[in-house]
Design a protein around this ligand. Structure first.
Ligand code: UD1
Length: 416
């Protein structure tokens, strides 16, 4: 199993290009299933989840030709309407083939995702929404088996805000008969990016970015060219790493307009931030101040940045409270941070962190994608060497993270 060895203490300095967003790329790749024409996507990030999604689509019969940072997807000859267990278990976003397959081919068989490290994460809202659109759904042998002659437009109100739930139903509704209204829909920028790609393919969608999305179904979608948006979580991760190490970095090809909450928290921690066009520069000239964080659906503070801010708070001046409201078990990094000397108490969904002057390097284990990023940040500031084990989680969702950090001056290397 691969590990990262980090020698703590180096300040990050320099410029780093932000990659295409994982959480936009994955649903947009699934949108290729909605048309028989070519969908050309640029700015696809080079990471395991994108490769897994390509493999899944190829197994279904989608032809993919890759060029640098992009690929053309053609679903003109799809012959297998299935996402098997071994794919879904490694990447939950595979559930996103359910809506498109059902809408275009009238049938889909998708493995139910199991629980995962950060919580139980059911997909009941995806299923209920498709049923409201007329799908027959049976759960058999661990698989969701869905059929529908043609989905019908419906008014669907989500009990909880669900990002992939909104995306699955939006894709299904694009080819349904009639109008679908999604209420209490997710407003995440990645949902907007998917909608913009669908619109480029001929879908009729309005209200994206608000909590009510209206989709007028059409009989077919056509090919398109689309550029995947920059990754706001990768952006936030590098900014927190720079703030924690007292460095100065510039992100290029980034978007500040979708990072406002994160930038505000970094300013509160004492960083100075300058935004111009697609660049964000952060400079931290002092020890960070502790900042309270409460996760909630967009536009509030993202759960995918909670662990990284926890790492920052461990070495900050003062105490902070971090409340996680989206996932019930997203504090797996706390035990590992404690092994580096962090002082954190957890009660239910609340963590109280008392900032300490210095963490000390140790061997620690990554448990999920964003927890891994948090441990890397902690390793960058800890005294001595930190070994982060099980970094396959990190490779799922960050493009060449150790190469990017090395270029910024971090002492980090991969142990094979
Ligand atoms: C997406 C992101 C993930 C991010 C999360 C929350 C992708 C590929 N992943 O995950 O990085 O952390 O949004 O911003 O975009 N829920 C149900 N029933 C459902 C669906 C969700 O109870 O049918 C619950 C979940 O367990 C969770 C909450 O709703 O507590 C939000 O989950 P959701 O927004 O669906 O997360 P994902 O789309 O899986």
């Amino acid at each position: 199993m691969q590990k990262l060895a980090i020698q703590g203490g180096a300040r990050l300095n320099g410029e780093v290009r932000i990659s295409g967003a994982k959480n936009a790329a994955l649903p947009i790749m699934c949108a290729s299933l909605l048309s028989a024409d070519d969908l050309y996507l640029s700015n696809l990030p080079d990471m395991h989840d994108v490769a897994t999604m390509e493999k899944l689509l190829q197994q279904m019969g989608v032809r993919i030709s890759t060029v640098a940072r992009g690929a053309t997807f053609n679903a003109g000859q799809v012959d297998k309407l299935e996402a098997p267990y071994d794919m879904v278990k490694t990447m939950r976003a595979a559930i996103l083939v359910l809506g498109p397959l059902l809408a275009r081919f009238g049938e889909a068989r998708v493995s139910l995702p199991g629980g995962c490290a950060i919580g139980s994460r059911p997909v009941d809202l995806h299923i209920k929404g498709l049923q409201a659109m007329g799908a027959e759904i049976h759960i058999e042998h661990g698989y969701i088996h869905a059929t529908a002659k043609r989905l019908k437009g419906a008014r669907i109100s989500f009990d909880l805000v669900s990002v992939t739930g909104t995306e699955n139903l939006m894709m299904a509704a694009a080819l349904a008969d009639g109008v679908t209204t999604l209420e209490n829909a997710a407003r995440e920028p990645e949902v907007v990016d998917l909608a913009n790609c669908l619109i480029a393919m001929g879908a009729k969608i309005s209200g994206v970015g608000s909590d009510t999305i209206t989709i007028q179904g059409v009989s077919s979608l056509h090919g398109a060219q689309y550029r995947v948006m920059p990754d706001r979580i990768e952006s936030g991760t590098f900014l927190v790493a720079a703030a924690a190490t007292g460095g100065k970095i510039t992100l290029s090809e980034a978007r500040a307009d979708i990072l406002e909450n994160v930038l505000d928290k970094l300013r509160e921690a004492g960083a100075s931030i300058v935004v111009s066009d697609s660049h964000i520069t952060l400079e931290m000239l002092r020890r960070p101040k502790a900042v309270n964080v409460r996760t909630a659906p967009y536009p509030a503070f993202p759960t995918d940045m909670q662990a990284q801010f926890m790492a920052l708070n461990t070495i900050a001046e003062g105490s902070s409270v971090v409340v996680e409201t989206i996932f019930e078990n997203r504090f797996m990094h706390v035990q590992e941070l404690r092994r580096l000397g962090a002082q954190i108490e957890v009660e239910g969904n609340t963590a109280i962190i008392k900032g300490c002057a210095q963490l000390e390097g140790a061997t620690i284990m990554a448990t999920d994608l964003r927890a891994s990023a948090c441990l890397v940040i902690a390793g960058l500031v800890a005294q001595g060497e930190t070994i982060v084990d099980r970094i396959y989680h990190l490779d799922r969702g960050y493009e060449h993270i150790e190469a990017k950090l090395s270029a910024l001056g971090a002492q980090i290397r991969r142990l094979k």
